[in-house]
Structure formats: C-alpha cells, structure tokens
Design a protein around this ligand. Structure first.
Ligand code: ATR
Length: 271
C-alpha cells in the first residue's frame, strides 16, 4: 500500500491521520497515513529516509514548512507565493512542494460556509507565515481589497509590498483610524494570538453588517477573537473546516480524487 504521513515536531496530536484514513475509506483508495516525528535538527534526514523506504507523500506541519520549501526540487505557484510547503509528493525521484493551506481556507469559506469572497473587503490579521500563505488564494477569488493589520506594523508593510503587484492590498496597524472606520466583510485571524488565548485590540466597528469572522485556529473553548466578533453581531467560524479542506486538497494532489469532506468535518466536530 502507498504510504503517507504528516511530519512535524510535535506531531502526536495531529488530526491528519484520522482525516486521511477517513478520506481513504470514503474514496476506496488503498493507502496508509501515519505521523512522523522529525528531530528539530534533522528534517531533511528524516524525509530522505521516508522516501528511501518507499514513502509517496508528506504533509508538513510546524515547525518545518519553510524547510520543506527549501527541500523540494520544484514548487507550485501557490507554494512559491506562500514561501512555505505543507504538501510534498515523491514520484520517480522528483520532490514536488505545494501549499494547500490557502486553498483549504478559501474552500471552507466559499463552499462550506457559503460566503462568496468576490467583491468583498477583507481584513487579514497577522503578517507571519500563516497570513502569507493565504494571500494568493484569497486574491484568486477577486475580493475588492485586502488590508493586512499586524501588531508589528513593519511586518504588515513588508507583506503588502511583497504582493503589491496584485494592487488592492494595504497595510495598517491595529490602532489606525482607517481600521476603526473599517467595515470589513471578511475578517480573518491569521495571528497566533488565539494560541495564547489573547484577544486582539479590534473595535466593534471593524465588522460590517453580515460580516464573517474567521479564526484559522481551532480549539476546545471559544476563541477570544470569535467572542469579540460574535458580540459585534458577526457570523463566526473557526479553522477546523480549513484543516479538513487543506487535507482534502493534499489528498487530491496525491491520489487524483477529491474526497467528500462534510462527514469528516462533522465527525471531528462531534468528537
Ligand atoms: P505563523 O507562521 O503562525 O504566522 P509567525 O510567523 O510567528 O507564525 O507569526 C505570528 C503572527 O501572530 C504575527 O503576525 C504576530 O504579530 P507580530 O508580527 O507583531 O509578532 C502575531 N501575534 C502573535 N501573538 C500575538 C498577540 N498576542 N497579539 C497580536 N498578534 C500576535
């Protein structure tokens, strides 16, 4: 059977083996999918060993997405734009890197949540790897603009400059007047603030009527950003749907079959 795994450190907590096992069952694909713990100083050696033992593909998680980018021989456009790789494919000596995170986010928003992005004003919170990874796929949906806001405003400026050929991209700090008067339709939290259970200094006026607030994180309790959004009257979603959809996109790259995700997402929500 073809072998796949998710590589990370730590990785034991990953839901990917459960998700891919269910995709395999639903599509009738014969494969195995496990976790692969790499030492922090030996990502390349661990991947090489996996390839030599016949492994077909890897999902890559924290903290190796940039190392995976450097490791791949060829890169998709979206991996190139993200500067990071979350999906590696090994075929006949080739090592191909792709990034399905942004596609997963877009698919969850537009398909699962039925929230069209075209013509909408997007506020993207954060300017690290997570934010960078979703910008190109968001632009592909033709929003009217993307504004990047970050605690360290210089990083937001740098990221906006990196994508400036796409026009309609701006940067600002959390306390800028423009953000106060924002009225955004889609507000995406790509900061690590929810990890530490921290809230972000956002005014209620940032959410337009019928806005969707999306946190790329997910967790047991209510995330502070989503609480704030709910109090302002916005719709809310956590990143569990993105997790399942990025996995489905990786599965499609490897197997050429797109799994049906609704039952998998429901299973994860219920558990
Ligand atoms: P990742 O790959 O997850 O994006 P990262 O590159 O370390 O990780 O970026 C983390 C992001 O979360 C940054 O935008 C960071 O803001 P700074 O650039 O100002 O550091 C943001 N972040 C982390 N903790 C935060 C907090 N408590 N409040 C606001 N922003 C936070």
């Amino acid at each position: 059977m073809d072998r796949y795994a998710v590589i990370g450190n730590p990785v034991a907590h990953s839901k990917s083996p459960q998700i891919h096992a269910e995709f395999a069952r639903l599509t009738g694909e014969r494969l195995t999918y496990s976790t692969l713990l790499a030492p922090l100083n030996d990502f390349a050696g661990t991947v090489t060993e996996f390839i030599q033992s016949g492994g077909k593909g890897l999902n890559v998680t924290v903290p190796f997405k940039v190392e995976a980018f450097d490791f791949a021989y060829s890169l998709s456009d979206r991996a190139q734009a993200a500067g990071a790789v979350n999906t590696l494919s090994f075929n006949a000596g080739e090592i191909v890197g792709d990034n399905t995170d942004g596609a997963g986010l877009v698919r969850d928003i537009t398909y699962n949540l039925r929230f069209p992005i075209q013509g909408r004003r997007i506020l993207l919170l954060g300017a690290g790897g997570a934010a960078r990874g979703v910008i190109l796929p968001l632009f592909a949906e033709d929003p009217s603009m993307i504004v990047i806001a970050n605690r360290t405003v210089a990083r937001a400026e740098e990221l906006a400059a990196h994508f400036s050929s796409h026009a309609r991209i701006e940067s600002m700090s959390f306390d800028s007047d423009a953000l106060q008067a924002g009225q955004f339709d889609l507000i995406i939290n790509a900061t690590a603030a929810s990890l530490g259970n921290d809230s972000l200094p956002l005014p209620a006026t940032v959410f337009s009527k019928d806005a969707l607030a999306y946190d790329m994180m997910y967790g047991k309790g209510d995330l502070p950003f989503l609480n704030l959004a709910r109090q302002a009257g916005a719709q809310t979603a956590d990143g569990l749907g993105m997790l399942v959809e990025q996995a489905a996109e990786s599965f499609f790259i490897w197997r050429g079959v797109r799994p049906y995700t609704a039952s998998v997402l429901k299973q994860l929500r219920d558990s």
